[in-house]
Design a protein around this ligand. Sequence first.
Ligand code: CTP
Length: 394
Amino acid sequence: MPLSGRRILLGVSGGIAAYKSAYLARRLIEAGAEVRVVMTDAATEFLGTATLAGITGHPVTTDFSVTEDSVSPHTDLARWADLIVVAPATTATIARLAVGLSDDVLVATVTASTQPLLIAPAMHTEMWEYAATQRNIGQLAADGARIVGPASGDLAGGDVGSGRMEEPDLIVDAVVAALSDSLSGVSVLVTAGGTREPIDPVRYIGNRSSGKMGHAIANEAAARGAKVTVVTTSSIPLDPRIEAVSVETAQQMAEAVATVAPDVAVMAAAVADFRPARVADGKLARTEGPPDLTLEPNPDILQSVAERQVRPYLVGFAAESGSLERAVDKAKRKGVDLLVANDVSKPGSGFSTDTNEVTIIEADGKTEPWPLLSKAEVAARLWDLIESRLPPPS
Ligand code: CTP
């Protein structure tokens, strides 16, 4: 059983999705885990403690009260747990976790723990998209938490949209992955974001890539224990264990990549194929008329990695608009082991979105379309696939 002997602390905060926590606790136990539960006061309005105590076989902690077993429930639980999963995590609990506001026993336990933290947000779409919620989730991810979901679908009160708590079975998968350390001893290089090719000190030629997909891939690899280097143009937060090299142009990216010899390289950056041949020293003035934008080629970073004598397991990306035929051809031409292709013209796919619908293309041209998933889930699935292809550790 994948969670045999593992001690999982389930934190439940107060949302309607709390009713699913009972099933989640059951599934964790079926996967071999020992489960204990800490609930916020609000959560007890949605689900009785007796239910979770009955399922887990342990009393549920709802406050800081001294019990026969513990004079300090939050620190004792924090030391007991191999991993904490907060499901559902409401906007309020996410906000308190992001700033470490430990005036409830759930947040206090998390702040007393040094173990992996998984957060499964559940709320209405507007609350999920609210700027502060996004900022707090970004902060938690940057602090090393793994965010599972939310999914899209039916919400409380008959609404439909993004914000639904991820299905318990997928949360169990995320718990298993978080505890697996399956990439320990593996070095990983990720390129991410869109390059900016200067025209003058003020202007550049760029593209719409945000770096979200590349950073999700890097964060997932770090969470699985890999030693990760990211060469990126993006400032989206990264797991603190990652070595990040900030660059702007394709040439800078190529130079940074050349210094790294990884076991696996995932080239998720959107690299400009051409750059202005001449970069003006000073800001170009309108009165000078239209600038000369003669372009010259940039290095093909992916190709230079593919041609190395000691070649990593190599994953390329291809953002296409329309047919994926070009991507199949690209997979063969570029000498990659896998190509992750996405049609950026599809809704929910491509630049700046939190979701992506990709097709995996093998070197021999075999294709496998994946459904619309969050970028974090695409990253998790991609690493599952890459891991299945890597030679066993010697
Ligand atoms: N890539 C790269 N260096 C470049 C251009 C692309 O490393 N100068 C990488 C990207 O990071 C991506 C893959 O190559 O992993 C495919 O990028 P894409 O722009 O789709 O490929 P191109 O070779 O530019 O093909 P085309 O312009 O014909 O679509």
